[in-house]
Design a protein around this ligand. Structure first.
Ligand SMILES: *Cc1c(COP(=O)(O)O)cnc(C)c1O
Length: 231
């Protein structure tokens, strides 16, 4: 049995409605077809998360009749795609190095845009994962604070794959406390008012710990096709 293109699973509305109105629900549509994005849009979703710049650009071209979508880049970003990311996304959640931030800032200046950014942080050791080390971040903040063309206003974090709920909660609580600490320092620009944390398996814990943006794929849309190979 194949569902119509873009058909949403039964639980979609229930999950959507369970997210508190103070929390932004980002529907993660990586590897899913544009029909799915249209269906979610018809149910009122306006924030969409994509993990790859090229894939998102192709979808955006198809969806250009839907002008009020806010696009979030949530996947790892290579510096050579910084300019395209600034051109095509309102939010970049995966700022994981000062070098990348500087490239984004430069592109933003040239394009006369001000992308909203989250610093992706690692709050427990997690070698395979991208992210700024929580221990080294404080020393880098004065340099992030200089970037006049970025609006750095969030922390994004992902607990290590396979974390227990207790570990996930610990990670989320540390993110919240790191944001509080940053906000106690008087920077010129940096002020953290967003915590991007929580995926299908752990978003309830994340919301309980202060998430302001959750990034949900599987629980909204069902399992997605495998990641296409990049040639
Ligand atoms: C894929 C992805 C998600 C969504 O994951 P689900 O477990 O399907 O909800 C959230 N955040 C990031 C960074 C992702 O890459």
């Amino acid at each position: 049995m194949t569902a119509a293109p873009g058909a949403l699973p039964e639980q979609f509305d229930r999950i959507q409605q369970s997210i508190p109105p103070t929390v932004t629900l980002i529907a993660v549509t990586k590897f899913l077809p544009v029909e799915t994005i249209r269906s979610a849009y018809d149910r009122g979703i306006r924030h969409f998360g994509e993990s790859r710049v090229q894939e998102a650009i192709a979808k955006q071209a198809d969806l250009s009749d839907l002008p009020d979508i806010t696009w979030h880049l949530i996947g790892r970003l290579q510096t050579n795609k910084a300019r395209k990311a600034v051109e095509h996304f309102d939010w970049i959640h995966s700022v994981d190095s000062l070098n990348l931030a500087q490239r984004l800032d430069q592109a933003a200046q040239e394009l006369e845009k001000v992308p909203q950014c989250c610093l992706q942080v690692k709050l427990v050791p997690d070698p395979p994962k991208a992210g700024l080390d929580a221990a080294e971040l404080p020393g880098l903040l004065p340099q992030f604070d200089q970037l006049a063309h970025l609006k750095v206003r969030g922390l994004m974090t992902i607990p290590p794959q396979g974390s227990s709920e207790a570990t996930a909660r610990e990670v989320f609580a540390r993110a919240k406390s790191l944001a509080d600490t940053i906000n106690q320092t008087s920077f010129n620009r940096l002020h953290i008012d967003q915590l991007s944390m929580g995926m299908s398996g752990d978003y309830e814990a994340a919301i309980a710990c202060g998430a302001t943006m959750v990034r949900l794929g599987t629980i909204l849309f069902g399992s997605r096709p495998p990641s296409p190979q990049i040639s």
